[in-house]
Design a protein around this ligand. Sequence first.
Ligand code: ADP
Ligand code: MG
Length: 275
Amino acid sequence: TGPMPKPARTRVIVVANQKGGVGKTTTAVNVAASMAGQGLRVLVVDLDPQGNASTALNVEHSEETPGVYEVLVEGARIEDLSKPCPDVDNLDVLPASIQLAGAEVELVPMVAREVRLKRALDEFLERNSEADHAYDYVFVDCPPSLGLLTVNALAAAREVMIPIQCEYYALEGLSQLIRTIDMVKDQLNPSLSLSTILLTMYDARTRLSAGVADEVRNYFGGQVLRTAIPRSVRISEAPSYQQTVITYDPSSPGSLSYLEAAREIADAATTEPAS
Ligand code: ADP
Ligand code: MG
């Protein structure tokens, strides 16, 4: 243990999987809250029109609330629209409202439609790098699709984290996701890498969970975090109180496992090859 190390530069990590319900949002908000709780400065970009990450972090995201839509479509500045999470110090959120659902279509005819988030984020991080409180981590929570929103996220990041639910069909669709990552890497963002796989909703009592975990570890090897997130009622309850499990029940196994996963991610910054 000890403090989580600060990365040498801001790490931008996209949480992606086109399957819904695998734990993307839960992972984005709880890893972010774990790091922020350890003094790292973190921004969560909610890129899902459902706004689940905004809800879990207790940040307003009604239809009238400007957020990531205005950044993508209207060129607004991230720092003008992000808001502090009221319950966790060091954690800010760029909220998503249902308006974002239209962006998938509205972006189509736009110039450089795949790199609008990248431009906004790069410019923002450039301005932010001089600030007293420069961000250590940016997590982008993706919608459950491989459309333009997810492509924008992949183009803007250096790392992808894939949560995999330890259930039947866990690996279904992964090859399509990996092809999309490779395509973005080839055509838009050569510095992108699939850095992290996180097993979620792991149930130690079932052979199924163990089987999925084995299969994922065989296939991905070192990218898979040692920590698996257990299936936990406390984790699933937290969002209905506009909380992360980290604040809702800090000593629960779910909370401790997210803290452990966050630590593994933070520790990887010190072993990452310079590029
Ligand atoms: P995604 O963002 O990939 O659609 P979510 O993070 O929203 O997935 O998770 C889907 C559902 O499963 C949510 O209701 C969430 O509260 C619940 N959930 C996520 N992780 C766990 C877990 N480890 N244990 C129990 N429920 C979980
Ligand atoms: Mg989600």
